[in-house]
Design a binder for this molecule. Structure first.
Ligand SMILES: [Zn+2]
Length: 409
């Protein structure tokens, strides 16, 4: 049966995506190698690769000298000069913005701290100014802007490009795409911070190319990201992954979401500082008051780990409680999802030495034997940059899925 023009266009779109995907996963490669990997014939590969080179998403590197037989092919890779991408994380107390090239090399970076109770309009103006600075840096590098990726804490409506509700920011219905996509004249892709961080780990971090893993990171709350079958799992309405709000202690501490006993009330930074303040008020001996000039507002995970390193019993007990509560929740998630890796990120990475050994023991004793035996427990290598690097991946992911939609005529 002859294929119509519409079918041919669809096939061309899918095959261009296939080629770019292979080059993203493994570069450099020759056209012959791509033909072998994708099953497409040489002339199809040549024609589609020529388009990708013309659009500057792919470039030729030189001859494949390693090829032992036949004529050496020209090696291809993603073209870093294909354009620039802005990644931004807007979160409680800070904004991080980076600008990268099309190969995700960071060209420019800003991190600013803001008051936790800053007005929404001020936070948005600061973000817009930083995005503009990033885009100006892109122009200075001679790169066309490809898009903005945004990670935010809370429930996100990706279709409409808006933050629906963020308990930790106390924001509702912020239409980021309407605000920024038209203002800057480029596409905007938005995702929940935990899912964005998981994507960062998948593309650039410790979980590179793992098809099934869970990301858990603490900032103010506990963010989760579920990578299942090589895709971020979003659920029916895009709201999946909110593991921090699993209720694990009925009638427990009040959570930012307005309910009681959520997991993040036991393992998040607020749980750490609350527990320490309570113990200090009850006269527990500790180095921590001296480390924060007797101002309990200055107690952070960094301070607690610092005290633990000096042998402080209160700090060690606090981290041990966090490990216990994290471990039990993780064991349940392992039974549910059978992941190949659990990635601990955010400021949990600061306490890795104190958290990983007890959590591993809890997983071994509390999760079912088979899924427990195949899971690796790892610390994020991207740390606090997992989300903003993932925001870059949001844009690259869209282009690789449908390169032709991003062609300039
Ligand atoms: Zn909650």
């Amino acid at each position: 049966m002859p294929t119509g023009r519409a079918d041919q266009n669809l096939i061309k779109r899918l095959n261009s995506a296939l080629i770019l995907n292979h080059l993203l996963a493994s570069s450099p490669q020759s056209r012959a190698n791509l033909a072998q990997q994708t099953g497409l014939n040489r002339s199809t590969i040549s024609s589609l690769v020529n388009d990708l080179i013309e659009q500057e998403f792919v470039r030729e590197l030189g001859l494949d000298e390693a090829r032992s037989r036949g004529r050496p092919g020209i090696l291809l890779e993603l073209n870093p000069h294909g354009g620039c991408i802005v990644g931004i994380e807007v979160n409680v107390g800070y904004i991080t913005v980076i600008l990268t090239d099309f190969k995700a090399n960071t060209l420019w970076r800003r991190y600013i701290e803001v008051d936790e109770d800053i007005a929404q309009c001020d936070m948005l103006s600061l973000s817009e100014a930083l995005i503009q600075e990033a885009l100006d840096a892109g122009v200075a590098h001679g790169l066309r802007p490809l898009g903005i990726g945004l990670g935010v804490p809370g429930l996100v409506d990706r279709q409409r490009g808006m933050l629906t509700y963020s308990p930790v920011l106390s924001w509702r219905n912020v239409p980021f795409r309407d605000l920024w996509s038209s203002h800057f004249g480029i596409p905007l892709y938005i995702e929940n911070d935990g899912s964005t961080a998981a994507l960062g780990e998948y593309y650039f971090g410790v979980a590179k190319n793992r098809q099934d893993f869970l990301y858990l990171g603490t900032g103010i709350g506990l963010a989760g990201g579920l990578m299942l079958n090589g895709e971020i799992y979003r659920g029916a309405g895009g709201f999946a992954g909110e593991v921090g709000h699993m209720i694990v202690e009925s009638g427990g501490e009040l959570c930012g979401c307005g309910r009681r006993g959520c997991w993040e009330t036991l393992v998040g930074p607020r749980a750490v500082t609350r527990g320490i303040r309570h113990a200090l008020a009850n006269g527990a001996p500790s180095l921590i008051p001296d480390l924060v000039n007797h101002n309990p507002d200055l107690i952070t995970m960094h301070i607690v780990v610092n005290a633990a390193n000096k042998g402080d019993q209160l700090a060690l007990d606090t981290l041990s409680d966090i490990a216990l509560n994290l471990g039990t929740g993780i064991a349940n998630l392992i039974n549910l999802f059978n992941p190949s890796m659990i990635v601990l990120g955010g400021n949990l990475t600061l306490a890795g030495d104190y958290l990983l050994p007890p959590i591993s023991r809890i997983i071994a004793s509390e999760a079912l034997h088979e899924p427990a035996s195949m899971v690796a427990l790892a610390l994020s290598v991207l740390g606090m940059d997992a989300c903003v690097k993932g925001a870059i991946a949001l844009v690259i992911d869209q282009i690789v899925r449908e390169p032709i939609a991003h062609y300039t005529t």
